[in-house]
Design a binder for this molecule. Structure first.
Ligand code: ATP
Ligand code: MG
Length: 647
């Protein structure tokens, strides 16, 4: 649809770790000689006992298994903390920016962070937590969230972080699924000027979780909360009498590091298990090359630690790489839609990593909110979570970055641990809306319905044909589900669930979830392209399309459209939008129905939930499936109540 190309800026080609030639050479080596490539890259991690084995992986049923660096040992918390102390101990690790701009922030050096982690690790030990135990973490975006995760990694406990916006029911399900007997939480969270009753939610969840016998509660908002005698313990009391140092456990490379549940866009969330050694190498390497990160630069990933993006690109990768980063408690548009850019200016952020949902929401409010700030410190922008519509990409690039900053559009999943398909700013010319080229060691292929590989420019299901170090190792407690979900759709390959197009330059374009592909009169149409065409209209903020049964076409396209602030949906606009899609893609893709709505149903991580929209379009609203990960259920009620009648 768009063939615009933004070449690598000259200064990036000259200065970046990876330029075009190096990308080509390193990529070739990574797939032709993975042993040699990863043996070298793995040196970025400090091993206690060096590994001799590199990759032992098969995606086939007979000898199915995935192991990396399996005879090596390490501790990831020591890699994120201890090894920086001699040279960089006083460097700032975390600049914490609170929800309200009127509250004082905090800066925490590597030395201070090390001390906090050791103390909390000792507190966990004192509560009887040992290697392999599961610790559920339900905290707001405060430094203690990273501290709790790193403390688990230090003593070999497995953390399961549950996003602080989840309900008691969602929390209960995740506590039970991984059998954890300890929960770490706070009195309350603060987001967008509102309080989130974290401790009260834990109390509700625990009514149905008798196995939990300890709750550690961080004082954050300072509000009074009920403390259950014998079970609940304040964080400050838990760490009051413990030593400042805690020896890191020697962990095997394949020992579990964490469990994290997927976002639930396509159904019931899966408990994804990641292990230690391969994940550490994979996280650190991608962070260095994708963001071209050098110590000293101010980096900000605006995700929540409750998502995989926060695990990898707030906690493990930047800290392993000795980064200085902003951690933000609040939301990008509160107290006003300028906040995110004010934080950029305040902390002189150079690298900003956010999501399409944030970009579209801020674009909707108008350019004046951006232009009221300087943003001169920004050098590189990143995005993750959904396909970014070329229009939103253009706004991010031109208005936010003033044409100066390359954009890294990183495609990956909870399951993949870190970025899989992405440009690197010094190496790969960018195309708006495309995640561009594979990361080192990633072998993507497109397959058709018959499981045949497609060659050259083509469209199909995205699979990865070989293992990479940061791949998930199992679904917690259900290894059969792991194999079944990811390795049986196309035997012998990792199935991503995403549809994808590869263009004549070998660039990858995610076209949406395979299950969301719409078949109109025998033609397969991806959701992303139709949505991008709609979003390119000046009045449209966001769009989601789904198929619904149609007498003649078999399936026709139903579009849910939200408009920019101050715009109204008229018949004239409807016709303009249909015309635009006809022009951009073709008559087949033209929506039969356009439903103007003030909001779209999203997961709590900000992804549009098309499976619910499909039900609404089909008129099948009695059973909407798993809605536990929905951010705002009221949006769905409104959509159902106001839906247009289809003749
Ligand atoms: P569930 O697996 O429970 O349905 P989910 O897939 O939304 O939830 P995540 O692991 O958070 O859970 O999201 C991964 C998905 O997000 C990818 O499979 C892809 O569809 C989408 N995605 C992430 N980044 C990008 C990107 N840069 N471009 C296009 N799509 C992306
Ligand atoms: Mg998924």
């Amino acid at each position: 649809m768009t063939d615009e190309v933004y070449p690598v800026p000259r200064e990036w080609a000259e200065k970046a770790f990876v330029d075009a030639d190096r990308y080509a050479a390193m990529y070739r080596e990574s797939v032709e000689d993975p042993e040699g490539f990863w043996r070298r890259e793995a040196r970025r991690i400090d091993w206690i006992k060096p590994f001799t084995k590199v990759k032992e992986a098969s995606f086939h049923e007979e000898d199915f298994g995935i192991k990396w660096f399996s005879d090596g040992t390490l501790n990831l918390s020591a890699n994120c903390l201890d090894r920086h102390l001699d040279e960089r101990g006083d460097v700032t690790a975390i600049i914490w920016e609170p929800d309200s701009p009127d509250t004082a922030g905090r800066t925490i050096s590597y030395r201070e962070l090390h001390r906090m982690v050791c103390r909390f690790a000792n507190a966990l030990k004192e509560q009887g937590v040992t290697r392999g135990d599961r610790v559920t973490i339900y905290l707001p975006m405060v430094p203690e969230a990273a501290v709790a995760m790193l403390a688990c990694a230090r003593i070999g406990a497995i953390h399961s972080v549950v996003f602080g916006g989840f309900s008691p029911e969602a929390l209960e399900g995740r506590i039970k699924d991984c059998d954890s007997r300890i929960v770490v939480t706070a009195d309350e969270g603060l987001r967008g000027g509102k309080t989130v009753p974290l401790k009260a939610n834990v109390d509700t969840a625990l009514l149905a979780c008798p196995a939990v016998d300890r709750v550690i509660v961080l004082r954050h908002s300072g509000s009074a909360v009920a403390m259950q005698k014998g079970r609940d313990l304040w964080w400050d009391e838990a760490v009051a009498a413990v030593p400042d140092d805690c020896l890191p456990e020697e962990m095997g490379a394949e020992d579990p590091l964490f469990i994290l549940y997927t976002s639930g866009s396509t159904g019931k969330p899966k408990g994804v298990l990641h292990t230690t050694g391969g994940y550490a190498v994979w996280a650190s390497m991608t962070h260095q090359y994708v963001f071209d990160y050098r110590p000293g630069q101010i980096y900000w990933c605006s995700a929540d630690v409750g998502w995989v993006t926060g695990h990898t690109y707030i906690v493990y990768a930047p800290l392993a790489n000795g980064a200085t980063q902003v951690m933000f408690e609040g939301v990008p548009n509160w107290p006003d839609p300028s906040r995110i850019w004010q934080v950029v200016d305040k902390h002189q952020v150079e690298i900003l990593y956010t999501a399409p949902t944030v970009i579209r929401a801020l674009e909707r409010e108008g350019d004046q909110w951006v232009q009221a700030t300087s943003r001169k410190s920004l050098r590189l922008l990143g995005t993750v979570g959904e396909p970014i519509n070329p229009d939103a990409w253009g706004w991010y690039h031109d208005v936010v970055g003033e044409g100066r900053c390359p954009i890294v559009d990183t495609w990956w999943q909870t399951e993949t641990g870190a970025a899989m398909i992405t440009p690197m700013p010094g190496a790969i010319d960018m195309k708006p809306g495309s995640a561009c080229r594979p990361m080192f060691g990633v072998k993507p292929e497109l397959v058709d319905e018959h499981g045949q590989f497609l060659r050259g420019a083509a469209s199909g299901a995205l699979v990865i044909t070989d293992s990479w170090p940061g791949q998930m190792r199992t679904v917690w407690g259900d290894h059969a589900r792991f194999f079944e979900t990811y390795f049986t759709t196309h035997r012998g390959y990792y199935f991503t669930g995403d549809g994808c197009r590869r263009d004549e330059d070998g660039y990858y374009w995610i076209t949406g979830r395979i299950d969301d592909v719409i078949n109109v009169s025998g033609h397969r149409i991806g959701t992303a392209e139709v949505e991008s065409s709609l979003v390119s209209h000046a009045k449209v903020a966001e769009a989601a399309v789904v198929g619904y049964p149609h007498d003649i076409k078999g399936t026709a396209i139903y579009a849910f459209v939200t408009l920019n602030a101050g715009e109204d949906g008229s018949e004239e606009l409807r016709q303009e939008l249909v015309k635009e899609v006809r022009h951009d893609i073709g008559g087949l893709a033209a929506p039969e129905v356009i439903y103007f709505t003030p909001a779209l149903p999203k997961t709590r991580s900000g992804k549009i939930m098309r499976r619910i929209l499909r039900k609404i379009a089909e008129g099948d609203v009695s059973n909407l499936g798993d809605t536990s990960t929905l951010a705002d259920p009221a949006v769905v009620d409104q959509l159902v109540a106001n839906r247009p009648v289809i003749e």
